[in-house]
Design a protein around this ligand. Structure first.
Ligand code: TRP
Length: 374
């Protein structure tokens, strides 16, 4: 029987089978040949080596053009519905790596309109305020301010709207319903919204008046939007955006996706050291009920949230990660100690991040698209 799971831009639930998702969505796996090719441009990122970024659309096409001297730009985004958590940072960390490796310009879209439309509990003032906070987290990762532009939908609508209109004219309600699962009770803003998320895919081509390829690093849950964007691109005379997809960042409770619906299983970038300690302390692990039993039988890293955190973001050294696995399996290290190690790593990271986040405030006005005021 097929495992039950759901992945849409607005909901991720169940036990996600990422291989099956590639089939369902019709994307391509990043295989060893493509990984080797990517390694030619610079030291491969851990997230690529460990298959967290594992799927793509048209990446070889983009690299072929790049090899011929045609540069591309990056585009990613965030729906500002709350504070930034570690899961949000993951694709951005990878995007920053891509910016460094390819010297690419990046557009970061903050969809205050989207979250207003899709969330009954949020007003435009809320999503706008959160957008600013989220943008600080983005810039804290060290993007080059000269090559980074922030799009806040409600502010940049003048630039986005002509593109969104062109897209929307080519997307029928029947397509939107099939791709996103809309029905007769869906508000009409939500139905139009995908054309706003598509707009930045074509922004550079439009501005330059020539073909400028676009690469989108994003969670695979966002793929449906770009499937639509890719379908309409040729008819509008734009290149199809290429994509590189990551798996969802796990929650501390053992679920497949870190989600703000469970704040205790979610580490926010603004959490203090004590809060992190408490949350990691409650994490779901692969340990046994008693220490005695675990010394004897060992733990199971495969199902352990603490291990996943090390794997995804907090232990980049492969040898150290392997060592952790074998010490866990043999019962040599118990969950308490392992949680302590992870807590220290997360707090070390957050300390620097929170400082850079404060520093970013000084440059926020320089990096807005078309110079909008926050
Ligand atoms: N819809 C995305 C979200 O809810 C935000 C977003 C807009 C985005 N444009 C993007 C994400 C491009 C990835 C890539 O988070």
């Amino acid at each position: 029987m097929a495992p039950e799971f759901k992945v849409t831009p607005w909901e991720v639930s169940g036990d996600v089978d990422y291989d099956m998702l590639v089939e369902r969505f019709g994307t391509s796996r990043i295989d060893s040949t493509l990984k080797e090719r990517l390694a030619k441009y610079g030291e491969p990122h851990t997230l690529l080596k460990r298959n967290v970024f594992y799927s793509h659309r048209d990446l070889p096409w983009l690299l072929d053009l790049y090899d011929k001297g045609q540069s591309f730009y990056l585009y990613t985004g965030r729906g500002p519905s709350g504070d930034t958590h570690l899961g949000h940072l993951m694709p951005w960390i990878f995007a920053k790596h891509l910016q460094d490796m390819f010297g690419a310009t990046i557009y970061f879209q903050l969809t205050d309109d989207e979250k207003f439309l899709f969330r009954q509990d949020l007003e435009l003032e809320d999503t706008r305020r959160m957008a600013f906070e989220n943008a600080l987290d983005f810039m804290a990762l060290g993007f080059d301010p000269e090559k980074t532009r922030i799009i806040l939908d409600t502010e940049c609508i003048k630039t986005l709207y002509p593109l969104a209109l062109k897209v929307s004219k080519k997307v029928t309600f029947s397509t939107a319903r099939a791709v996103f699962g809309f029905d007769n009770s869906t508000n009409i803003g939500s139905i139009f919204y995908t054309s706003i998320q598509a707009a930045p895919c074509f922004l550079e081509s439009e501005r330059e008046g020539r073909t400028v390829p676009c690469l989108i690093p994003c969670g695979i849950d966002q793929d449906p939007h770009f499937r639509v964007a890719r379908d309409v691109a040729p008819g509008l005379g734009y290149p199809k955006p290429a994509l590189i997809h990551n798996k969802m960042f796990p929650g501390l409770e053992g679920g497949d996706k870190m989600s703000s619906s469970n704040p205790d299983a979610t580490i926010y970038t603004t959490d203090n050291a004590k809060t992190v300690k408490r949350k990691v302390g409650k994490a779901f692990t692969g340990g046994c009920v008693s220490a005695e039993e675990q010394r004897e039988k060992g733990g199971n890293p495969e199902i352990c949230a603490v291990f996943k955190y090390n794997y995804f973001l907090f232990e980049e050294d492969d040898a150290k990660l392997d060592d952790l696995v074998s010490r866990c399996r043999s019962g040599d290290i118990l969950c308490g100690e392992c949680k302590g190690l992870l807590t220290a790593k997360i707090n070390g990271f957050l300390e620097g991040h929170q400082r850079r986040r404060e520093e970013a405030k000084a440059i926020m006005h320089e990096i807005t698209l078309d110079g909008f005021e926050w």
